[in-house]
Design a binder for this molecule. Structure first.
Ligand SMILES: NC(=O)c1ccc[n+]([C@@H]2O[C@H](COP(=O)([O-])OP(=O)(O)OC[C@H]3O[C@@H](n4cnc5c(N)ncnc54)[C@H](OP(=O)(O)O)[C@@H]3O)[C@@H](O)[C@H]2O)c1
Length: 215
């Protein structure tokens, strides 16, 4: 049993990770600005803002794993990378591993090839800043953290998200920083992404690395 704190544990990806981890008997805490309408049993919900460092101390100090599931949208559009810098620093100080719900665009289409995000010309304007922020996290910020911080950046398939929820198949495929299906990026539901995400936490066999999950 691990103590897992999910920052943004009421969102699309975060709530699936919370549900999966709790169902396996992990001790799960979720932090978000508002409480969920349908709380998951045996989960501790904390109301707080990730930009307020004081609210992060207690949920992170007691955690074996901090899972980041916030999104670079809305109020976090300009502060997402700063929020992760804080999460990384606090997780490192607490000796917690940091797992990040990442994006597809920072993957590579083939070994040694440029990341998809290297050419942003095909990215729709409405998600451009989100793609930039997520890519900045894995390309610049996480590799620059102290070597003592154990992080894993978990990119989903291109087809993933609240607007295309998909179904639970009870399986997933795991890749490294090369997209498992470079042709179309594949797809994955939140439930199956969470299955892979919690397996990665439990197996603890990736360190300071990017991986990707698709169906
Ligand atoms: N195919 C892809 O590459 C793909 C597709 C979708 C998502 N993603 C990525 O996956 C990640 C998660 O996205 P998502 O769609 O699951 O996000 P989401 O559904 O919008 O959930 C965001 C979560 O963060 C919480 N939150 C927001 N602002 C906060 C703050 N200031 N302090 C504390 N908690 C805060 C939200 O709850 P409150 O609002 O109550 O605080 C919610 O729990 C993002 O990095 C996103 O870019 C990638």
């Amino acid at each position: 049993m691990s103590r897992i704190t999910v920052i943004g544990g009421t969102g699309y990806a975060g709530s699936a990770i919370v549900a999966e981890a709790a169902s396996r008997g992990h001790q799960v805490t979720s932090l978000s600005r508002s409480l969920p309408d349908a709380p998951i049993p045996n989960v501790t919900y904390v109301e707080g803002d990730v930009t307020d460092e004081a609210t992060l101390s207690a949920p992170i100090e007691g955690a074996d794993v901090v899972a980041g599931a916030i999104a670079p949208r809305g109020a976090l559009a300009g502060t997402f990378r700063d929020a992760y810098r804080t999460l990384g620093r606090l997780a490192d100080a607490a000796g917690s591993r940091l797992f990040v719900v990442g994006g597809y665009s920072s993957l590579r289409p083939a070994p040694g090839a440029d990341r998809f995000a290297t050419d942003l010309s095909h990215i729709p304007a409405e998600v451009l800043d989100e793609v930039r922020a997520g890519a900045g996290l894995i390309i610049e910020d996480l590799p620059a953290t102290p070597a003592t911080l154990d992080w894993v950046f978990v990119s989903p398939a291109a087809r993933f998200g609240a607007d295309q929820p998909g179904e639970r198949l009870g399986r997933y495929r795991l890749g490294d920083e090369v997209a498992v299906e470079p042709e179309d990026g594949g797809a994955i539901s939140a439930a199956d992404y969470a299955l892979g995400f919690v397996d990665l936490i439990e197996k603890n066999d990736h360190h300071r690395a990017q991986v990707n999950l698709c169906h």
